[in-house]
Design a protein around this ligand. Structure first.
Ligand SMILES: *Cc1c(COP(=O)(O)O)cnc(C)c1O
Length: 452
């Protein structure tokens, strides 16, 4: 045993160190004792690197306790420029949605209670009228998330039967969501038609028979396919599906409710357009372009949706009251398009003009300069993210902080409120598109605390 190791204090001695004793005012004794034991254990097993005085050990204990007091899920600044960043929680919620959660979560609500009759009601009743009003659907059903909604639709409508899908739509969305596996998990037999790049109506016609349970269409949310390509729309499939009396299930992902063409974003259909295209059941997420909470929204024909509602998996994938509250409040904003663009954060971020982003970037650069942090304002391209408008790039402006981008990125990420920035072309970029404008001062503070 080396001298440095032999010199380690005992557990009770380290607990008596003033810095460690101070910790007991903020953290439970057990947590501090555990940290002391772990630090001593580590010092004993790791090769001694220089002096290990009690002060250094106390500092390590404090670091461990500090880290354990932090909640696991914490707010971060999304300075990546990607608006629907899946790893950073996709859509931030509108103020109205937060207020609705607060109201309904503080006490009780009529979640499954019919106030008119005083009898049991259904949690599925709450968002139906808003969703049908906003999309033209006959009926609507909200589940926990998009993937669950697709499994439910397949299981309820095509279990033990064949689900016909184009080879061009056997895609992976990300996070382990692969369409062929989802179809198998739902108990359907996958029948592939066409080729990767071209599928024709005749391909479907040849594959359809007495064993067909559903025709499935899945949007290519996260990539595009150009060149020698052909696909069949739900509208073209509808007459064929009607002949054999099977539903067309269309998973369109994005949940776009209002066209974003005024902001230069083209090529993604709205929910209303998808529905009028002829699918019997349409599936979308609540926390993508809709800008609401995580949810799987199912729109479509009343008969099909009644079948879904009665299926046991509907109970397994059921939506929570906080989600219903937030989704209802977000949907209500869409009754006034301008209000939606102003107040649904995702829409406001996508609608932000390059001029506005440039002005905010200039302000941030100036704020950093007062702390001696050198930066320049540079033109960049942001992305929608989250599996929507995969080919779109959003012209904007970012603050490029001078210095070695690797260490800078790590220091920003390690701050009290982490700043998740982007490294591109050997520079560290702080993008403002996905930072709510009201957070700009807090962002400047977080950056200066981490770097100055
Ligand atoms: C995002 C997406 C899903 C998954 O939805 P979640 O709400 O993330 O479960 C399924 N299908 C498509 C086409 C998507 O874009």
């Amino acid at each position: 045993m080396t001298d440095a190791r032999r010199a380690l204090p005992a557990v009770h001695a380290l607990l008596e160190h003033p810095d460690v004793r101070d910790l007991l005012a903020r953290a439970p004794r057990g947590l501090v004792t555990d940290a002391v034991r772990e630090v001593l254990e580590q010092a004993r097993s790791a090769p001694p690197a220089g002096d290990l005085d009690t002060g250094t050990l106390a500092e390590r204990v404090a670091g461990r306790v500090q880290a354990r007091l932090l909640p696991s899920l914490r707010p971060v600044f999304n300075a990546t420029g990607v608006v629907l960043h899946t790893n950073l929680g996709r859509a931030p919620l509108a103020d109205d949605a937060l207020a609705a959660i607060q109201e309904v979560a503080t006490g009780y609500g009529n979640l499954e209670y019919d106030l008119a009759t005083g009898a049991r009601g259904s949690r599925y009743a709450h968002c139906v009228s808003l969703l049908t009003e906003l999309t033209g659907a006959e009926d609507a059903l909200v589940m926990n998330n998009g993937a669950g909604a697709l499994v439910l639709a397949l299981a309820a409508l095509a279990h033990g039967r064949e689900a016909v899908i184009s080879r061009g739509e056997l895609i992976e969305i990300g996070g382990g969501f692969r369409v062929p596996e989802i179809m198998a998990a739902a108990g359907t037999t996958l029948v592939e038609v066409g080729t990767t790049n071209r599928t024709r109506l005749d391909d479907y016609r040849r594959a359809i028979g007495p064993n067909t349970g559903a025709i499935v269409k899945v949007h290519r949310s996260n990539f595009t396919m150009d060149g020698f390509v052909a696909e069949v729309t739900a509208g073209e499939l509808a007459p064929l599906a009607a002949e054999v009396n099977v539903p067309v299930i269309e998973d369109f992902g994005s949940g776009l409710l209002a066209s974003l063409e005024p902001f230069g974003l083209r090529g993604e259909p709205t929910a209303r357009e998808v529905l009028s295209g002829g699918a019997s059941v349409v599936i979308m997420s609540g926390d993508k372009l809709l800008g609401g909470p995580q949810a799987g929204i199912i729109l479509g024909r009343g008969d099909a949706l009644s079948t879904l509602r009665r299926h046991p998996l509907a109970r397994a994938f059921r939506v929570d009251k906080l989600t219903i509250a937030a989704l209802g409040a977000t949907l209500a904003l869409y009754r006034d398009r301008d209000a939606a663009v102003r107040e649904v954060p995702v829409l406001a971020m996508l609608a932000a003009t390059p001029a506005a982003l440039r002005a905010r970037a200039e302000d941030l650069r100036a704020a950093l300069a007062t702390w001696g942090i050198a930066a320049t304002v540079v033109a960049t391209e942001g992305a929608v993210g989250g599996g929507a408008f995969p080919a779109a790039s959003l012209p904007g402006w970012a603050v490029a902080i001078e210095g070695d981008p690797g260490p800078l990125e790590a220091r920003l990420r390690g701050g009290d409120t982490p700043v998740i920035a982007r490294v591109a072309d050997g520079r560290l970029l702080v993008e403002l598109r996905a930072v709510p404008a009201a957070h700009d001062t807090a962002l400047a503070d977080a950056i200066t605390t981490a770097l100055a």
